[in-house]
Design a protein around this ligand. Structure first.
Ligand SMILES: C[S@@+](CC[C@H](N)C(=O)[O-])C[C@H]1O[C@@H](n2cnc3c(N)ncnc32)[C@H](O)[C@@H]1O
Length: 238
């Protein structure tokens, strides 16, 4: 799983260097983000902190990163300059509790870690509880479980599973370097309902956008545009 130093370091590097990560994943997130200058940001399942640091660079006043993996948090701390206003916690997202409301609650691939409908609801509840009224919830959800098992794609990651996946089913994701992790299959419709149930309004879904950098052939960008390996979700608290 995500709990080894080798995986955490490889993940941190991939996030900052793979063209899919920089020119599609990060590019999409930035394009969907409301202005965060001087805002408070909660990054749930922050991993090695790549997006927590990005929020600092974009001018956030305060960033809190939460991840259940000690190795990921250790990597996050080691890559974060002291001057950045980030605090990291090794904790399950569903156990996070703070009296401070956040202007942005962000989560990348958290929903894929929900092993049951109850867990998905818990994630949505915690996200909602920590979002300020009028704030933005922004997330991305991996879609590799919607690809055929074993099918390679230009993101460098692929999913492996047996038979057909249904709601909540586990599958294995292989990352570059053959690191692997368990993810869970959720449809947009189930996540949408969980978000409404938690109290969110204005739920919107987005397909990835990219800047088609020259670091990957054009056909690879087209493949990733036509068969997205993640999708975006935003919602608000009114
Ligand atoms: C695919 S990584 C994404 C990391 C980060 N969001 C990013 O995009 O760079 C998924 C992360 O979710 C974390 N995770 C899994 N279950 C979690 C939970 N219940 N609470 C918090 N973090 C969790 C894992 O430790 C891992 O770091």
């Amino acid at each position: 799983m995500f709990n080894t130093n080798v995986f955490a370091e490889a993940y941190a590097q991939d996030k900052d260097h793979h063209p899919f990560r920089t020119d599609m994943e990060r590019y999409s997130i930035v394009s969907w983000l409301e202005p965060i200058e001087d805002k408070r940001v909660l990054d749930l399942a922050c991993g090695a902190g790549n997006y927590s640091r990005m929020f600092c660079r974009l001018g956030a006043r305060k960033v809190t990163g939460v991840d259940s993996s000690q190795a990921m948090i250790a990597s996050a701390i080691s890559h974060t300059p002291e001057i950045m206003p980030v605090t990291y916690h090794t904790l399950a997202a569903e156990d996070y509790g703070s009296a401070i409301p956040y202007d942005l609650v962000f989560h990348a691939y958290l929903f894929n870690c929900a092993s049951s409908p109850q867990k998905l609801n818990d994630f949505c509840r915690v996200i909602f509880q920590h979002l300020a009224v009028g704030g933005q919830m922004l997330g991305i959800m991996g879609m590799l479980g919607h690809y055929p098992s074993g099918r390679r794609n230009p993101s460098g990651c692929y999913a492996a599973y047996q038979g057909e996946l249904s709601e909540g089913d586990a599958y294995t994701i292989f990352f570059p370097g053959q690191q692997e992790a368990v993810n869970h299959y959720w449809t947009r419709s189930t996540c949408h309902s969980a978000l409404l149930e938690a109290g969110f309004s204005g739920v919107r879904w987005y397909f990835p956008v990219d800047n088609r950098s020259h670091q990957m052939p054009v056909d690879d960008w087209i493949e990733l545009e036509e068969n997205p390996v993640f999708i975006g979700i935003s919602a608000t608290r009114t």
